[in-house]
Design a protein around this ligand. Structure first.
Ligand SMILES: *Cc1c(COP(=O)(O)O)cnc(C)c1O
Length: 385
């Protein structure tokens, strides 16, 4: 296995984990579409027993993603939520989690509708001032779950500041790094214990796979999470792993264009007369711009806008009037998407909670793709006309 740990990001994206197949020399990782492995005698096998636990295509992908996050271990799951579910299963009844008040809607739903039933308590607080965390730490606090940039209001959470508090109190820090992707931000280097990705988004990048991943440095934590993965069964299939490996080979190229297009579009929208407010961490007047600059390589292609017109009907009409942007949930693919969080990605959050976090009915979220930016701006112009 060639070692790419010292190489730069694009080289790792293409080569890490992707050794030529030893039996044929095939440059692309084979899709080991198998559920089981033949044993020589009972218990004597080549390290593979049953494919819920291990699959060579999955292992190649895991090595690749671990390299991109500069982490020691990666485990892939059947979805981002499957990965988050495994992290929460590290906890016991009575344990407490401190998390953000602007979270991916599905994470909020899982925490409140599933894990609260198992006696785990969640504090949803504003993490953009890390000092807020201290007020909620007690003897039962076992984890901080942070998402940065947040979805959809693009708050930036200071990972290093969260990690200082976590370490001082013996608490695990888990970071949902989906919005940034490993190209823009590497939370382990900033002191996080667990990095989670919805691989469905930028890592996969082509809107054709649902997958999740966890990256950790600690051997024991890896062992515990692997035990949960193998016991509970949220493993991804080998075909999906192949597709993600293929997608990741252009992650650095795609991210450069997402960032370039995102900046141009954010600048175009900032002065648009129909727009009340724009959320994008690249603006120097973004409240956490300095932290974004410190912990991210660039500012990404996720932008949210609040329209001056508060009418939900007019917001719907606008959201349906694009020709290049598609109205759809999800993000991070090559194609530009527009989303209405209040009724789509964040519909499972009660209206009052949602609005407190700024997710109002006249907010739209853009996932800027890698098309030609002039066409995207023309599309925005005609839709906002
Ligand atoms: C999509 C998403 C998830 C959930 O991932 P799935 O792959 O859809 O299960 C979690 N966090 C964030 C920030 C997301 O955007």
């Amino acid at each position: 296995m060639a070692d790419f740990s010292k190489h730069k990001f694009g080289t790792k994206a293409i080569h890490a984990g992707a050794d030529a197949d030893p039996s044929t020399g095939a440059i692309m990782t084979p899709i080991y579409q198998t559920s089981t492995y033949v044993q020589e005698s009972p218990g004597k096998n080549k390290g593979y027993g049953y494919a819920r636990g291990k699959n060579p295509t999955r292992e190649a992908l895991q090595k690749n993603i671990a390299a991109l996050e500069n982490g020691k271990h990666c485990l892939c799951f059947s979805s981002g939520m499957g990965a988050t579910d495994a992290v929460m299963k590290l906890l016991r009844p009575g344990d407490e989690v401190i998390t953000g008040d602007d979270l991916y809607g599905g994470s909020y739903r899982m925490f409140t509708k599933i894990f609260e039933n198992y006696g785990i308590k969640f504090h949803f607080i504003n993490l953009s001032n890390a000092d807020n965390i201290k007020k909620y730490v007690n003897a039962n606090t076992k984890m901080i779950w942070a998402e940065t940039p947040t979805n959809p209001t693009m708050q930036i959470i200071d990972i290093e500041a969260c990690s200082t508090i976590a370490k001082a109190n013996n608490i695990l820090l888990a970071v949902d790094n989906t919005f940034a992707s490993p190209y823009l931000q590497n939370p382990l280097a900033l002191g996080a214990d667990i990095v989670m990705h919805s691989v469905t988004k930028y890592l996969g990048g082509h809107s054709d796979v649902v997958m999740g991943a966890l990256i950790v440095d600690d051997d024991k934590l890896h062992e515990q999470l692997y035990f949960i993965l193998n016991s509970c069964g949220a493993n991804p299939g080998p075909m999906d792993c192949f597709l993600v490996m293929r997608g990741i080979k252009t992650l650095h190229l795609r991210m450069e264009r997402h960032c370039f297009n995102g900046k141009k579009i954010a600048e175009f929208l900032k002065t648009h007369p129909k727009i009340e407010k724009i959320y994008w961490p690249g603006f120097t007047d973004h409240p956490n711009h300095a932290i974004a600059k410190k912990q991210m390589r660039d500012f990404g292609g996720m932008i949210s806008i609040v329209l001056k017109d508060k009418s939900i009907d007019n917001t719907f009409k606008l959201a349906s009037s694009f020709k290049v942007f598609s109205l759809a949930e999800s993000l991070g693919g090559v194609e530009s998407l527009i989303n209405h969080p209040a009724t789509m990605t964040h519909a499972s959050i009660p209206k009052a909670e949602r609005e407190k976090a700024g997710v109002v009915d006249n907010l739209l979220r853009l996932s800027v793709g890698v098309e030609d930016v002039e066409d995207l701006i023309e599309d925005l112009k005609q839709a906002l006309a």
